[in-house]
Design a protein around this ligand. Structure first.
Ligand SMILES: Cc1cc2nc3c(=O)[nH]c(=O)nc-3n(C[C@H](O)[C@H](O)[C@H](O)COP(=O)(O)OP(=O)(O)OC[C@H]3O[C@@H](n4cnc5c(N)ncnc54)[C@H](O)[C@@H]3O)c2cc1C
Length: 512
């Protein structure tokens, strides 16, 4: 079919569609995505009676993506307002594990620490392989290319501090993950907040967005309806709206609508506000979505509560340094350098909760700090003993099995070959020959939603007919396509920040 014919077909489909739906955009969401909008979320096109306030750039969400967008928009002279429904700022970002994947940084840490080579191409290949090739390559390219400069920007302008270590996490084939000094996402959110506020951004908390106003099916986005202590208000945009409201890991119904096997009994690492209403509101004005069934489990959360606290980040940081995962029988059950989905499935297949990560004193400075481990022991999260046999008692696993597992793994490191699980053995992996030894219990919990709004490389939100929705941008976990079926650990932080910066930059460039 030639292009003219295709265009005319699209136009007539759109006309018929409007006739059938009486012009309500909400139904478009149903038709395109098979996803039923909930009652009041199905909106006809209409304008609010009054606008209570007007800003240039309006941003929903005060996590990595929203703060980065605000920093760029406000830095370009736009009056910028961030809204967040929670009483504190930061969403999942502020509680994040502090891990940032980047093939380089301004200190050339990887080179300095003699950790081998890395390139943007390798980071891209790993990300696409890790996502089973569902990823949109152009978006991955933007993320990996922008990761080093976004990290350097936060260091230079936001006062971010990073540790002098680089780890190799599951699914990555190079040592490329940086950790901020705080060891928690707050390090990045504070740096971003500092930049954003210094440029004049206002962050308004306790303000829930309840709908998006758009002028007709093909017109621009106009603003938002919000609810807070003052009641219901409407905020109008002069330039653009940026959606940076995160994922839907905490929304049990929504995640199960798309992926029935993620059942309500599975714990969750997310903050309570990680519910997906903004995705539905965007669908209600015609936005397209993708990959909503791809829900990731973090394999190493605290087994009873699902919390991802500092001890739960160690199993993520350790594989490149020789950490060993064992089941309740004291035996390895997976290659420790495997991707998260593989590790989570293998843990579940052991059939008995929890599994454990085992490491030794020598590995601590490579992964974290002695203070973190000391605090983790005081909280009862890390177990420790001078011998493997005594550690096994603490873990309540058979001592003979654990001793055999560790000594065999030591031999694999010496042989540079892991015949059991084919783990790639590197020179940075430390054999566990000397105590004290440590262990931490772990179990999978819902962690990341890879799917979301469809965007292009400029962070514009694309509608169900493949066109950018005028004056609407999105960045961060609300979007889909960067990570494919499975996000590699530490890729979300650069994804949110790089695309947040792009969204904010382009939002500020819109004509008022
Ligand atoms: C515990 C934990 C640890 C993690 N560790 C890492 C890590 O070390 N490295 C890594 O790469 N990734 C990590 N991730 C993933 C990563 O942190 C998230 O993908 C990222 O923080 C999402 O950022 P965001 O800006 O898109 O959304 P968020 O940071 O979640 O911010 C979205 C904000 O939008 C607000 N919001 C939502 N709906 C509305 C509404 N209707 N009205 C107003 N406000 C609304 C929310 O309240 C929230 O504050 C981790 C995730 C978790 C949960």
């Amino acid at each position: 079919m030639d292009k003219e014919k295709i265009d005319s077909n699209i136009k007539s489909t759109r006309r018929d569609f409007l006739k059938v739906t009486g012009g309500t955009i909400a139904a478009a969401g149903i038709a395109a995505n098979g996803f039923l909008l909930r009652g009041s979320e199905a909106w006809a096109e209409e304008k609010p009676e009054t606008w209570n306030e007007e800003v240039d750039v309006l941003i929903v969400g005060s996590g990595f993506a929203g703060l980065a967008a605000a920093a760029e928009a406000a830095g370009r002279g736009s009056k910028t307002l961030i809204l967040d429904k929670m009483p504190t700022y930061g969403g999942n970002s502020i509680i994040n594990g502090g891990e940032y994947a980047s093939w380089d940084d301004e200190f050339s840490l990887r080179k300095k620490l003699n950790l081998g080579d890395d390139t943007s191409k390798l980071h891209m290949t790993d990300t696409i392989k890790g996502g089973d090739f569902y990823n949109i390559p152009a978006l991955v390219q933007v993320m990996v290319d922008g990761a080093p400069s976004a990290l350097n920007w936060m260091i230079d302008e936001g006062g971010l501090k990073i540790r002098e270590l680089v780890n190799r996490a599951g699914g990555h084939s190079a040592y490329r993950t940086r950790t901020c000094t705080d060891g928690i996402g707050r390090g990045y959110t504070e740096a971003l907040r500092k930049i954003a506020e210094s440029k004049g951004t206002e962050i308004r908390l306790g303000t829930k967005v309840t709908r998006i106003w758009r002028q007709g099916l093909e017109g621009p986005v106009l603003g938002l309806a919000v609810e807070n202590r003052k009641g219901r208000q409407n905020i109008r945009i002069r330039k653009a709206l940026v959606l940076a409201s995160g994922g839907f890991g905490y929304d049990v119904k929504m995640r199960q609508d798309f992926n029935p096997i993620v059942t309500p009994d599975i714990n969750c690492t997310n903050h309570k506000g990680a519910t997906g209403e903004m995705i539905r509101y965007a669908q209600a004005i015609g936005a397209d979505t993708l990959h909503l069934a791809f829900v990731q489990l973090y394999p190493f959360a605290e087994p009873e509560t699902g919390i991802l606290d500092t001890p739960a980040v160690y199993p993520f940081r350790g594989p490149g340094f020789g950490m060993v995962y064992v089941d309740r029988n004291g035996k390895r059950y997976v290659s420790e350098l495997e991707r998260r989905d593989v590790c989570a499935r293998a843990a579940t297949a052991t059939g008995s909760k929890p599994t454990f990560s085992v490491f030794s004193e020598k590995m601590i400075p490579l992964m974290g700090t002695k203070e973190e481990v000391k605090k983790g022991i005081a909280k009862g999260r890390f177990m420790t003993a001078m011998t493997i046999a005594d550690l096994a008692k603490e873990m309540d696993v058979p001592g003979s099995h654990l001793k055999d597992t560790i000594s065999r793994h030591n031999q694999y490191l010496a042989d540079k070959k892991d015949p059991e699980f084919n783990k790639p053995v590197t020179a940075m992996m430390v054999p566990m020959t000397e105590g004290p030894f440590y262990a931490v219990a772990q179990w999978p919990a819902v962690h990341h939603t890879m799917g979301g709004l469809r965007i292009n490389e400029s962070a514009q939100v694309i509608d169900i007919w493949g066109k950018p929705i005028p004056h609407l941008y999105a960045a961060g976990e609300i979007t889909g396509g960067v990570h494919g079926s499975n996000r590699l650990g530490s890729n979300a932080t650069p994804d949110c920040i790089v695309f947040g910066r792009i969204a904010g930059t382009n939002a500020a460039k819109e004509k008022a």
